[in-house]
Design a protein around this ligand. Structure first.
Ligand SMILES: *Cc1c(COP(=O)(O)O)cnc(C)c1O
Length: 233
């Protein structure tokens, strides 16, 4: 049961770790069930699906005559975001966890300026060594943090990374360690420059298969999908 797993996770996770329930590919009813158990933060990975779920919630509010139904739900975006899809995502989300290029950062800042909304983001870093996974390299991260003063409409909350899909615990630890090293780069730069107000302290790492290791290594945000909602189709 979704409810039981949410309750179990809420009781087990340290207070410093935020649970992000990854609801992609699952119906809105599954989100309602998790919400009823006290979960508030949900993440989606496809712009159309996020927009459809936001719309579904609005419909339900109308149907029920309850404009405040689930009003404190918090959406995160965790998938690849194309610059022509920003308007489907940015009006709805509290955090974009998956900023993986300077180009995207530029586009988000421009959208924020045009819509007068500061967008909270995490920079997604490439840590796994798997060719299919996307994310910023160390060089790109440095390029971004050294130019970050240009972004008046972006608040960088921290970093996100995905470890290799493997049972090899040592390999997973190596991947997470790479994210910690990149966080150090970020903090060193912020310390030196002194002109970034963000503390960049969020570290989004850990999924259904590896979140206990991630927490042990300092994660502040775990993104858990299949463990809560079951396998995706
Ligand atoms: C799908 C997804 C998750 C959740 O993965 P599970 O293994 O189902 O917990 C976490 N993070 C990202 C970026 C994802 O795309």
């Amino acid at each position: 049961m979704i409810k039981d797993i949410i309750n179990k996770l809420h009781s087990e996770l340290p207070a410093t770790v935020k649970l992000v329930a990854v609801s992609k590919f699952h119906p809105f009813e599954a989100i309602e069930e998790a919400y009823a158990a006290g979960q508030r933060c949900f993440a989606e990975s496809r712009p159309q699906e996020l927009a459809a779920k936001v719309k579904r919630l609005e419909e339900i509010r109308l149907e029920r005559g309850e404009p405040d139904y689930m009003s404190d739900i918090e959406w995160h975006f965790i998938g690849h975001l194309q610059t022509n899809k920003l308007k489907m995502v940015l009006p709805h989300v509290a955090l974009v966890q998956s900023v993986d290029s300077v180009r995207l950062l530029d586009a988000i800042n421009a959208w924020g300026k045009a819509n007068n909304k500061v967008i909270n983001v995490l920079l997604e870093c490439f840590i796994s060594g798997e060719e299919t996974k996307q994310g910023l390299s160390e060089e790109e991260l440095i390029q971004i943090v050294s130019g970050v003063v240009r972004y008046d409409f972006i608040h960088i909350d921290g970093l996100m990374g995905m470890a290799s899909f493997t049972d090899d615990e040592a390999e997973i630890r190596e991947d997470f360690q790479r994210l910690l090293d990149m966080q150090q780069i970020l903090h060193d730069w912020i310390g030196e420059s002194g002109n970034v107000d963000a503390d960049c302290s969020e570290l989004s790492m850990g999924m259904s298969g590896d979140y206990p290791i991630a927490i042990e290594m300092g994660s502040t945000m775990v993104r858990i999908g299949s463990m809560i909602f079951g396998e995706r189709n």
